[in-house]
Design a protein around this ligand. Structure first.
Ligand SMILES: O=C(O)C(=O)C[C@H](O)[C@H](O)COP(=O)(O)O
Length: 217
């Protein structure tokens, strides 16, 4: 019989295993949400992290959940218990945080959706593991030691698996994806600011298509 935290890890694994790359999105105009999500899904990246960095984020999560059935939409930049309940109500399938606090962990233990907590150090990882977590966002990946740090985490923390995010692009992603303790990587490179501003969904879909095959390189 699985305990609740094993089930949690299983649900996170199921979502994250759908694609090698999770686009990290900052959506300022609500009307961009659905065409942007469609372009990413069509390009082969169905798992989306919509960050709560904009006023449109909650509406964007709701719109993608309702109108883009092929997407697995989650929320990013979930910093508080309040954020967590807001994204759950909007229909997010999972929540991602850049770090983690006791208050956020406490809220997550009562939430219906799984949390992927952010960690950058061994102590933060141990704190999460004490609470039963085995899946983490490694953030900010590049400036917290990148590939070398993840390799070092592998021996003492054999069960832990990561979604490194922060400073990763198409050139850097394959080396992360080659690590046994990396499930997927997060990044924003497939949604360049000018493509988003111009509504150039074809360009986004093309960049997504390239990102979707990075693990096979
Ligand atoms: O907002 C959050 O919760 C974050 O964790 C920040 C994002 O992960 C980075 O903005 C990733 O973006 P790039 O470094 O451009 O790939």
């Amino acid at each position: 019989m699985n305990n609740p935290m094993e089930l949690h890890a299983e649900r996170i694994d199921q979502v994250l295993a759908r694609a090698p790359v999770v686009p990290v999105l900052s959506i300022a105009r609500i009307e961009d949400a659905v065409p942007l999500a469609r372009a990413l899904v069509d390009g082969g990246l169905p798992v989306l992290e919509v960050t709560l960095r904009t006023d449109a984020a909650i509406g964007a999560i709701r719109a993608i959940r309702e109108q883009v059935p092929g997407a697995s939409v989650g929320a990013g930049t979930v910093l508080s218990a309040r954020d967590l309940s807001a994204v759950e109500a909007a229909g997010a399938l999972f929540a991602i945080s850049p770090g983690a606090t006791d208050a956020l962990y406490a809220a997550a233990s009562d939430a219906r959706i799984p949390l992927l907590p952010g960690i950058a150090t061994a102590s933060e990882l141990m704190h999460g593991m004490e609470l039963g977590y085995q899946r983490f966002k490694f953030f900010p990946a590049e400036s917290s030691g990148g590939i070398a740090a993840l390799k070092s985490f592998a021996s003492p923390f054999a069960q832990a698996r990561f979604c490194p995010t922060g400073g990763i692009d198409a050139a850097k992603a394959p080396a992360y994806l080659a690590l046994p303790n990396v499930i997927t990587v997060g990044g924003s490179w497939m949604v360049p600011a000018d493509a988003l501003a111009d509504g150039d969904w074809q360009r986004v879909a093309n960049l997504a298509r390239e990102a979707a095959v990075l693990r096979e390189r």
